[in-house]
Design a binder for this molecule. Structure first.
Ligand SMILES: [Zn+2]
Ligand SMILES: [Zn+2]
Length: 383
């Protein structure tokens, strides 16, 4: 018998929320509908059952497991491993966690989750993307975003009824917003709730639907919103704008808008957290003698960077605080410059003589016959 914590990839101090999350993940992975095998599915379900109940978890922690999934009779198992077909994984998970548990996230039109809806189902959340340049990450920026989303119908004030009457209880579901249905699962029969199609899960209908929104209380619109994008955001960050998502049906609360940031690649700089990196190429003479480099920064300024005499290819020069700001303020990151050294390829006679003279003064042989070649190669790999 495997360790129940191991089965769910959990540590011994996992919270009950961790247990739920782990089970949801594992159940999806092992559910036969998703190509998993039945034994593994039963095993993780058993682990969840033991670990999700504080009493049985405490008993397991002290005494270990007292039964394997296969040795337990269906009668003592509340989920009834009765065999037969499997229900959809969402049905199973909803049955454990309550309707709607498997839903969530961002949906397309009407794409919210597989579970039932609560009576005052809010409008959906909406995700839009904005692309920022690295320069805009430094300064922060105000951006206009265009969103296609349903907003409250102005004709009926969002209530959905043409005569202004408040919505009434739906006759089909009795106002519950859900209809019960029975599915066959690995555990036997489960009663699950599905959203009522007549009222779309709200439990309410209007007798005199508003002609402009057909009783929905909301209409499709295209809107432009101005969004404040703070400095220091990273690729994939989301800015929440409360209440600017889809309007709820018949006056239910609206969802939220999320503005997701995408940071465009930069011509010169790569991002490494709050640091920036770039390559600079200097002539071999300058690397040898040293000097001062003038490099552009992401602010559109120039920074002067001391280049030490004898700088080697692969050395890194750091310009403090020329990186990116951190979200919410704090010290800026650095700009790190990787030095490449350019070896001249075309020398005129005079230049060639000078380099030859240099080699002579330094007792440096041409490598064709010297044993120094391999020493130098090895040095290159070590860097
Ligand atoms: Zn209904
Ligand atoms: Zn209307």
């Amino acid at each position: 018998m495997s360790d129940l914590y191991d089965l769910l990839d959990l540590s011994r101090d996992a919270s009950s929320e961790d247990v739920k999350k782990a089970y949801r993940r594992k159940a999806r992975e092992h559910h036969p509908d998703a190509g998993g095998d039945e034994e593994s599915f039963k095993a993780v379900t058993h682990a969840f059952k033991v670990l999700s109940d504080p009493d049985s978890r405490a008993r397991y922690d002290r005494f270990g497991d007292d039964g394997t999934p296969s040795s337990r009779g269906a009668g003592q198992d509340p989920f009834g491993f009765g065999g037969g077909g499997f229900g959809g994984i969402d049905d199973v998970i909803d049955a454990f966690f309550g309707a709607g548990a498997s839903g969530g996230g961002f949906g397309g039109a009407g794409a919210r989750g597989g579970g039932g809806r609560r009576r005052t189902q809010p409008g959906r959340d909406v995700l839009v993307e904005v692309e920022l340049s690295l320069e805009e990450v430094v300064t922060g920026v105000r951006r206009e975003v265009e969103i296609d989303v349903a907003r409250a119908c102005e004709s009926c004030g969002g209530a959905g009824s043409g005569d202004g009457a408040a919505p009434e209880r739906c006759g089909t579901c009795g106002g519950a917003g859900q209809v019960q249905r029975v599915v066959r699962t690995a555990f036997g029969q489960l009663a699950t709730a599905a959203p009522c199609s007549d009222c779309e899960g709200t439990g309410r209908t209007v007798s005199d639907p508003c002609p402009d929104c057909r009783g929905e209380g909301r209409r499709p619109t295209t809107r432009t919103l101005e969004v404040e994008v703070p400095a220091g955001l990273e690729d994939g960050d989301r800015i929440p704008v409360r209440g600017e998502g889809e309007a709820g049906r018949q006056g239910a609360p609206p969802g939220d808008l999320y503005v997701q940031v995408r940071v465009a690649a930069h011509r010169l700089f790569d991002r490494d957290g709050r640091d920036l990196t770039a390559e600079v190429t200097v002539p071999v003479t300058q690397a040898t003698l040293g000097g001062v480099l003038r490099v552009p920064t992401v602010d559109g300024q120039e920074a002067e960077v001391p280049l030490p005499a004898g700088t080697q290819p692969g050395d890194v020069l750091t310009v403090r605080k020329a990186g990116l700001p951190v979200r919410g303020g704090g010290r800026r990151g650095d700009l790190r410059l990787l030095v490449q050294v350019e070896v001249p390829t075309r020398l005129d006679a005079q230049q060639r003589d000078l380099v030859a003279r240099l080699a002579e003064l330094r007792d440096e042989e041409t490598p064709a016959e010297g044993s120094g070649l391999f020493t130098r190669l090895r040095g290159a790999f070590q860097r």
